[in-house]
Design a protein around this ligand. Structure first.
Ligand code: SAM
Length: 412
């Protein structure tokens, strides 16, 4: 393979690669190790390419898969440079003989867990119906639309359908997805016969260029911990680089709602570990010190959902943060509120839920009192539980800094 030139040869992902997340100062990164002891830090594009090459593909097949549109030479050269580097490191190795066209299709899901994750999102009725209604209302014929994080393609499918199928109706959806799941979106859209309306781009949205500015940006990249899928960073970038003046964004706004709550299982860890020490002599202190250290550092969060933990709010939810996604200017946020206690009891943390306004009168609401969705809600434990009575107030503070996890604590 030569740097910058296309190669007719086939390459496969080397066997024995392992991917690890290194959590260190000053940087956190993914590294890949080969069985031969070669190690290198990799970005999401290199990982996607390694995945796409799988047991064997030609470079031109990969270029066709990741650059389906004529995005120009700089993008093509960028991909070729990464492939060359991966081959140099031995992360890709040459295969003798050409791979038959279509003989080894790209696997969109790697493993069943990925398939299951996407099916749970598709089966989430409140989520899908709110997005379907909002997209139907927002899309007009002729629009250019960008979806950030197309996944299996459902929101781009709604948008393409709303553009209309009449000859000459015009309009286009740019469906951007950085994961291999984009291959499934392509299949679904082919099946729906909407290929002429959608252009797929297999890349992180922050690295793409588009041939035209768009009228509407759509995304559902709201994580369980709200910001952990990069919603603020991705929307800020897409709005600045791709949205027409006066263009719209779905969702339009996010409200975060805090509840004083009791997580039944949480206080139990201390007694469980103390009991184990009593019965077996196995020292509990190091485990408890870890727990307390993580809570004090603000770095402990328990995701509640699916019945694994029992969490009871002891007061009504209070808005702690509101972000207008059509106008916010930095990917960081802070909020404070006072949580009012309704029921006497023991509060041992704060539960966070969100409400996303998708369009006029259409919102997605994952508060505990609303119908269940696939989202889990984050619970931020206190180092010491608080015994509370009706009418008490607990001051709490929320902080999100780009690249870090959201923190929620008592504001004492
Ligand atoms: C929560 S899933 C939603 C998938 C799909 N839109 C749906 O509604 O079912 C989010 C997807 O967005 C992708 N994603 C998140 N941020 C992205 C970005 N900045 N650029 C490209 N893909 C992104 C993830 O890989 C993931 O597949």
């Amino acid at each position: 393979m030569t740097d910058g030139g296309s190669s007719p040869g086939s390459y496969r992902r080397a066997s024995g690669l392992s991917v690890r997340w290194i959590e260190g100062e000053p940087e956190r990164r993914l590294v890949v190790d080969t069985a031969r002891g070669v190690r290198a830090a990799v970005g999401p594009r290199a990982l996607t390419l390694l995945d796409l090459f799988g047991p064997g593909r030609t470079v031109s097949e990969i270029l066709g898969a990741v650059l389906p549109v004529d995005v120009g030479d700089p993008a093509r050269d960028g991909v070729l440079r990464i492939i060359f580097r991966l081959a140099q490191l031995g992360f890709l190795e040459p295969v003798d003989g050409r791979v038959e066209e279509g003989a080894r299709p790209i696997d969109p899901f790697h493993e069943f867990g990925q398939f299951d994750y996407h099916v749970r999102m598709l089966a989430d009725g409140p989520r899908v119906s709110a997005y379907a209604r909002a997209i139907e209302r927002a899309v007009a014929p002729g629009m250019a639309i960008l979806e950030i994080g197309a996944g299996t393609g459902i929101l781009s499918f709604f948008a393409a359908r709303a553009l209309g199928r009449a000859a000459g109706a015009g309009g286009r959806v740019y469906a951007v997805e950085r994961g291999a799941v984009i291959e499934m979106a392509r299949r679904v859209i082919r099946e729906a016969d909407l290929e002429d309306r959608i252009q797929f781009i297999a890349e992180d949205s922050r690295r793409i260029e588009l041939p035209e500015p768009v009228d509407l940006i759509i995304s559902e990249i709201i994580g369980n911990r709200v910001f952990n899928e990069g919603i603020l960073e991705s929307i800020l970038d897409a709005r600045a680089r791709h949205l027409k003046p006066g263009g719209r964004v779905i969702p339009r706004a996010l409200r975060l709602i805090a509840y004083p709550a009791r997580l039944e299982e949480f206080d139990g860890y201390r007694t469980t570990l103390a009991g184990i020490e009593r019965e077996t002599g196995f020292p509990a202190a190091p485990m408890l010190a870890w727990l307390d250290g993580r809570i004090r550092g603000g770095g402990l969060v328990v995701e509640i959902g699916g019945g694994a933990f029992h969490c009871t709010p002891l007061g009504i939810g209070q808005e702690i943060l509101r972000i207008d996604l059509e106008s916010f200017e930095e990917a960081s946020a802070e909020g404070e509120t006072r949580l009012r206690i309704n029921d006497a009891g023991r509060v041992n943390g704060i539960l966070i839920a969100f409400e996303a306004t998708l369009w006029d009168g259409i919102s997605l609401d994952i508060r505990p009192e609303s119908p269940e969705t696939h989202w889990q809600r984050p619970f931020y434990p206190f180092s010491e539980p608080l015994d509370v009575s009706p009418g008490d107030e607990i001051p709490v503070r929320l902080r999100y800094r780009s690249g870090e996890d959201m923190e929620v604590r008592l504001a004492l």
